[in-house]
Design a protein around this ligand. Sequence first.
Ligand SMILES: [Zn+2]
Length: 295
Amino acid sequence: MKLGATTVLVGERNGKYPEGNSLLVAGSDESILVDPSVAVAEGRVDVPRVDRVLNSHCHEDHVAGNGRFAGVPWHFHEADADGIRSLDGLMAIYGFDGQIDTTWRRVVLEQFHFTPRPDPTPFRDGDVFDLGGGVRIRVLHAPGHTRGHSFFLVEPDGVLYLGDVDLSSFGPYYGDAWSSLVDFERTLVRVRTLQARWYATFHHIGVLEGRDAFIDRLDRFAAKIAEREARLVAFLAAPHSLDDIVAHRFVYRPGDAVLFADDVERRSMQQHLDRLVDAGRVVEVDPGRWIARAR
Ligand SMILES: [Zn+2]
């Protein structure tokens, strides 16, 4: 799919995880590959000459194909750059413990072809890559999913690449050690103000044309946060522990076979619990058990 200077390299199953949709942006001087997917890693999509790799954030599925471009600079937001420097650096972003950490290391190496590199090139909010012929990529720091997660605005075509603000029915993911619910919400407010012609995500939603289609999807995506929180308040009509909350499942569905589901559930819902306590809507009835206040 071609959007002006940008070609979307649509992955298998339209880029549904673990696949993804990488972008190739070609100016008159340089071509930049954004978020090389696992299909790029495995040679399942054709990629012509690439002068730089740009990563929206350091997660296994977005950096899978970086290793195929060892001779060119890899650019990351400065807050995520440690994740590509070593496998330990990447694992710190997730923050899994024990056996899950051990298993996930193997998955990242074997299924996502993780290739560390000691010298990534950091970028910051507002940085611009000039590809020649009037084609530019502007960095917009959009933290929350990870600390360094960033959008890329391709000009003059007006392609806004949203990375893992992926507009999916799953909703926002803020379950890693380097995630933040509060930052994600700020990012969701900011993204509403951005004007573009096309809105592209890494995963299966793909490309939306026009702001109305984007805002419609964005509102449904963002609403998942309030839905999770409302379900938590309802669950806490009776006192429950964080273990009970994890077992009940608010982010994943009961029975979803995801290796790290409990960790993600715990970290995501702890953030909701903390702010409900701060707001006085939930109280700790006895140590480690919380209840919602009657309204
Ligand atoms: Zn991600």
